[in-house]
Structure formats: structure tokens, C-alpha cells
Design a protein around this ligand. Structure first.
Ligand code: ADP
Ligand code: MG
Length: 361
């Protein structure tokens, strides 16, 4: 089932929680709603589910207005962060619940229900724990039961609100990969809410970044990570170094360095900030040609990981973070206290004037 959200605005009293939000979720896609706490993710999910009514705009399911359809008709499955399983029921009974409370004419026979529950428990890899009670499960296992319970009613749409938020990092990582495989297997359209960038970038086909009730950017994980359309998205999706400069005409001045902006840039005279992620910076012992660079001293090196993290201080005292490969780090022989040159391999410029310059160097 596809979902189309058209110009949805939702207010709570005088507070606007969703502000003219539009987005499309094609059938079978897994879309992540990503944003900081309070950005409107849960509210948007509740509007999609029909648990909250938008003040303006419409929600279409398969092209049809779903605004007036009640929650039951929407065939939506829910999983929340703190999904209260029924404590006095076994895993099996929890999953069977949704099938047993169906109206009599739609309800399957007891043996059909047993088969369906066993199949669902197989899907979430809990068939051997069917007789346990929720208190006898780990946090990750409980969330898998919650997911099986949500899937029992064969939803056309699966809505997940920070389903792994309460679990520790390692379990979360396992579960998100597992969820991705499960999603592909059953082909249900899914909307996944998270405030965790890594989770969104790893699990989703598309990421929708929310900020103060607005959609800041929509795109594939690759697009939003490598081509953030706003400074907010750049900051939100990971570590970033900022370098202040100026555009005069079509020339960028960044410290001592100047470069011509790409052809077609319209001349302006504005402050500019260059954004570069740590892996887009390099370190050399002498100033490299043709790249913006500046002297800095190494204040810290952390080589325990897949990449080496180097922290430096500029002459003005600003902190700069660089990530190098282990190989590059060894070749350079870097140590704390060394005076080196940091250069920018690639960056994105944001100015107060409309438009962004992607400055590939
Ligand atoms: P998120 O899930 O991104 O953390 P929410 O959608 O829960 O954000 O909330 C967005 C904003 O709307 C928050 O500032 C929150 O306080 C407010 N809000 C949410 N629900 C209500 C409500 N029922 N009444 C008043 N304010 C609400
Ligand atoms: Mg929320």
C-alpha cells in the first residue's frame, strides 16, 4: 500500500507540531522518519495511523483519501518503543491475541490460528520461546514478539516508533539488520521512526529528515549523507568541521586560500561557511598544492578502530577533527604535538544567500 501525505499541518493549541508536511511512501518501501526529539516524528506517525486528525491537508492510501477511514479499516500494525506485551500471557498468546479478537465471521479456527502464530514466531525466530512469559525474555526478544503481534493481523502498513530505542547498541544493530531482511521478505510498506542517524541510514530505502515540524530533506541514505541540502541536515547526520570564509563575486576566500566557484554560480558578496566531514580532510607535513589548507597542531590521536581519529587545533584555537585510514596514518607517522597542515579534499558551502555551492575540489 502506498501512502501520500499532502500538506499536513497539525497544531496542539497554539503550537504547530507539523507544518505543511508532504511526502510519498511508495508501496513496499521502508521509509525512516529521522529527526531530533520533538521534531514531530511521532505526531506524523499518529496522523498516518489515524490516531490523530490533521488540521489541514490529507493522507491518501493507494491514492484514496483515508482521512475519514477509522483506524481498524486502515489495516495498520504498530510497534512502539515500550510496547506493553500482556504480562500474564505467554509469547504464543500475545501473538495470537489480535487473531482471537477479530469479529466472529472473520476469525480463523483455533487450529488455523495456531498455524499462523507458529509461522509468525518462525519469522521472528522465537518459535522455541512460545511458552515463555514476557518477563522471561530479553529486551530484544520482547520487541520481536511485539513485531510478530503487529504482523499477525496482516497489516498493509507497518508503523514503528523507535522500536529499538530502549535496547543497548549491539542488540539494536542486530535487530535493525534483521528488520530490514524481514521487511524485504514480507513486502509490507513500513514507516520507521528514529532519532538515531546510523539506524536510519542503514535500514531505510529513503530517509525523511524532520526539523521543527517541517520536512528538511528527503532522499536515499546516500543522497542525504553526501549531499545534505541544509546546514541542519549536515550537522544532524554526523560529525562536521566548519570553516568560515567569504564569497566575493564568484571567488571563495577561505583563510589564505582562494578558489573560483563552479561555472554558473551567480556573483554575490556574502559570508560563507564550508562544511567538511572528518574523512574529507587530509593531513600533510607540507602545504599541499591546489587545496584549501591551514597549519594546525595535533592534540590527540585515537588509532583504536577502523579509521584513525586525529584531533587538531588551529592557530586561532579552533578544534578540527580528521579521520584517516590506518595506512595513511602510518605513512605520515603522526604523533601528538606535531605541527602539520590540514587540507580540505571536498566540502559543501552554505551562504546566507539562497542556493548552495557544492564545491568539489
Ligand atoms: P518526536 O516524536 O519527534 O519526538 P512528537 O511528535 O512527539 O515529537 O512531538 C512534537 C511536538 O509536539 C513536541 O514539542 C511535543 O511536545 C508536541 N506534542 C505532541 N503531542 C502533543 C499533545 N498531545 N499535546 C500537546 N503537545 C504535543
Ligand atoms: Mg516520538
Amino acid at each position: 500500500m502506498s501512502i501520500e501525505i499532502q500538506h499536513v499541518t497539525k497544531r496542539f493549541g497554539g503550537f504547530t507540531a507539523l507544518n505543511d508536511v508532504s511526502l510519498t511512501v511508495p508501496s513496499g518501501e521502508l521509509v525512516a522518519l529521522l529527526g531530533p526529539s520533538g521534531s514531530g516524528k511521532t505526531t506524523l506517525l499518529r496522523v498516518i495511523a489515524g490516531l490523530e486528525v490533521a488540521d489541514e491537508g490529507a493522507v491518501l492510501f493507494d491514492g484514496q483519501d483515508a482521512t475519514d477511514r477509522n483506524v481498524r479499516d486502515r489495516r495498520v500494525g504498530f510497534v512502539f518503543q515500550h510496547h506493553a506485551l500482556f504480562r500474564h500471557m505467554t509469547v504464543f498468546e500475545n501473538v495470537a491475541f489480535g487473531l482471537r479478537v477479530k469479529p466472529r465471521q472473520e476469525r480463523a479456527s483455533a487450529s488455523e490460528i495456531r498455524d499462523q502464530v507458529e509461522e509468525l514466531l518462525g519469522l521472528v525466530q522465537l518459535e522455541r520461546l512460545a511458552a515463555r512469559y514476557p518477563s522471561q525474555l530479553s529486551g530484544g526478544q520482547r520487541q520481536r514478539v511485539a513485531l510478530a503481534r503487529a504482523l499477525a493481523v496482516q497489516p498493509k502498513l507497518l508503523l514503528l516508533d523507535e522500536p529499538f530505542g530502549a535496547l543497548d547498541a549491539k542488540v539494536r544493530q542486530e535487530l535493525r539488520r534483521w528488520l530490514r531482511r524481514l521487511h524485504d521478505e514480507i513486502g509490507v510498506t513500513s514507516v520507521f521512526v528514529t532519532h538515531d542517524q546510523d539506524e536510519a541510514l542503514e535500514v531505510a530505502d529513503r530517509v525523511v529528515i524532520l526539523h521543527e515540524g517541517r520536512v528538511e530533506q528527503t532522499g536515499s541514505p546516500e543522497e542525504v549523507y553526501h549531499h545534505p541540502s541544509t546546514p541542519f541536515v549536515y550537522h544532524f547526520l554526523g560529525n562536521v568541521n566548519l570553516f568560515h570564509g567569504r564569497v566575493e563575486g564568484t571567488t571563495l576566500h577561505l583563510g589564505e586560500f582562494t578558489m573560483e566557484l563552479p561555472k554558473g554560480s551567480s556573483p554575490t558578496d556574502v559570508e560563507a561557511v564550508a562544511y567538511a566531514r572528518p574523512h574529507l580532510l587530509d593531513i600533510d607535513h607540507t602545504p599541499p598544492d591546489g587545496r584549501p589548507n591551514f597549519p594546525a597542531s595535533i592534540t590527540d590521536v585515537n588509532a583504536a578502530g577502523p579509521v584513525v581519529k586525529v584531533e587538531l587545533a588551529t592557530k586561532a584555537g579552533a578544534v578540527v577533527n580528521v579521520e584517516l585510514s590506518q595506512e595513511r596514518y602510518r605513512i605520515l607517522g603522526l604523533q601528538r604535538g606535531m605541527e602539520v597542515f590540514v587540507s580540505i579534499k571536498d566540502m559543501q558551502l552554505f551562504t546566507s544567500a539562497p542556493g548552495i555551492f557544492g564545491a568539489g575540489i
